[in-house]
Design a protein around this ligand. Structure first.
Ligand code: NAI
Length: 331
């Protein structure tokens, strides 16, 4: 089966190139994002399947264009699916599959890397020592051991993050409307978690219910001097409220791998351009914010697993068996 891969970067290709023959797939790589304007390319290339990523805009007009062009399968090479109109996919008989789990450790370890960097100000010491400035003024941090980590969402990634925090000697609190029996920590209400945690890390999906769950009220409930980590989805946080919390010194700092308007910037080099997103520019101006460009998933192990599972999802679809289908109830 020919698959149109949208929004492909050089690092996406090696595993898909290596594994595709074994799964009977022929990838056709496109640099364009998938949206209502580019959907027709799949038809021009005689593809019955398309493969998309986190910042493609798969709304009703896009789905209509895809299915009118003969596309039957949308294979996401990621876990999240908040960028897909699932009602439209259902109405147009477009099967949507995804990679629900590839390496929870990759994302959880990146969350801890952000926390350590923000806390111990590694980003600032790195710049100083590169300039032969060995002064440590202003670089003081705090011990994680004995502090409290609050985990919002204890699914695959949140539970690994909980174990990592436990390994650092932290007390682990969690909030999740569907608690897990295996979780190594104490469940509480979201308000209790916000009040008591020195570090809050977000690991729940972005849904209409969780959109801006971190708003000015949540920042008001948060313990003074807490660190906020978000490796989940940018839309969980109201960016203006985050900027106000940083300006008022409510937060010790923030480690962000995602940003609600990231689609305009992330994964692309704009180093020679003027930034037009004032919120992003403001976030980048804070010395206590470390921002990475949605790279928490980006390990060798995870990218191999993503390619393998995406191709297996396509092969199963060809064989009449649907694996890892996305529905509104998907976790
Ligand atoms: P999961 O489905 O295993 O776990 C999500 C958990 O969130 C579930 O336990 C669910 O009950 C809980 N949840 C749902 N609504 C909630 C709410 N209102 N408050 C608190 N908890 C709630 O998902 P997984 O694999 O752990 O991934 C979590 C998120 O991480 C994904 O939705 C995705 O957005 C993000 N992600 C980010 C990546 C990156 O590279 N930055 C890579 C992969 C995933």
């Amino acid at each position: 089966m020919k698959i149109a891969f949208y929004d492909v970067k050089p690092y996406d290709k090696p595993w898909f190139d290596r594994l595709s023959p074994e799964y009977g797939c022929e990838p056709i790589y496109l640099e364009y994002r998938l949206n209502r304007d580019t959907a027709r390319l799949a038809q021009d290339l005689s593809c019955q399947a398309v493969c998309a990523f986190v910042n493609d805009v798969i709304d009703e007009p896009c789905i209509t264009a895809l299915t009118q062009g003969g596309v039957k399968l949308l294979a996401m090479r990621c876990a999240g699916y908040n960028n897909i109109d699932l009602d439209a996919a259902d109405a147009h008989n477009l099967t949507v599959v995804r990679v629900p789990e590839y390496s929870p450790a990759a994302v959880a370890e990146h969350a801890m890397a952000l926390l350590l960097c923000v806390n111990r100000k590694i980003h600032r010491s790195y710049s100083r020592t590169r300039e032969n400035n060995f002064n440590i003024n202003g670089l003081i941090g705090f011990d994680l051991c004995g502090k409290t980590a609050g985990i919002v969402g204890t699914g695959k990634i949140g539970s690994v993050f909980g174990r990592i925090c436990g390994g650092f000697g932290m007390n682990v609190l969690a909030y999740d409307p569907s608690p897990s029996e295996d979780f190594a920590g104490t469940y509480c209400t979201l308000d209790e978690l916000l009040n008591q945690s020195d570090v809050v890390s977000l690991h729940c999906p972005l849904t209409p219910q969780t959109h801006h769950m971190f708003n000015s009220d949540s920042f008001a409930s948060l313990k003074d001097g807490a660190v906020l980590i978000n490796t989940s989805r940018g839309g969980l946080i109201d960016t203006s409220a985050l900027i106000s919390a940083l300006k008022s010194k409510k937060l010790y700092g923030a480690g962000l791998d995602v940003y609600e308007e990231e689609a305009d910037y992330f994964f692309t080099d704009f180093s020679a351009e003027i930034m037009t997103d004032d919120d992003l520019a403001r976030l980048l101006s804070f010395p206590n914010v470390v921002l990475t460009s949605h790279q928490a998933f980006f390990t060798e192990e995870a990218t191999r697993e993503i390619a393998q599972m995406t191709l297996d999802n396509v092969r199963s679809f060809i064989q009449g068996e649907i694996k890892n289908k996305v529905t509104k109830q998907s976790g």
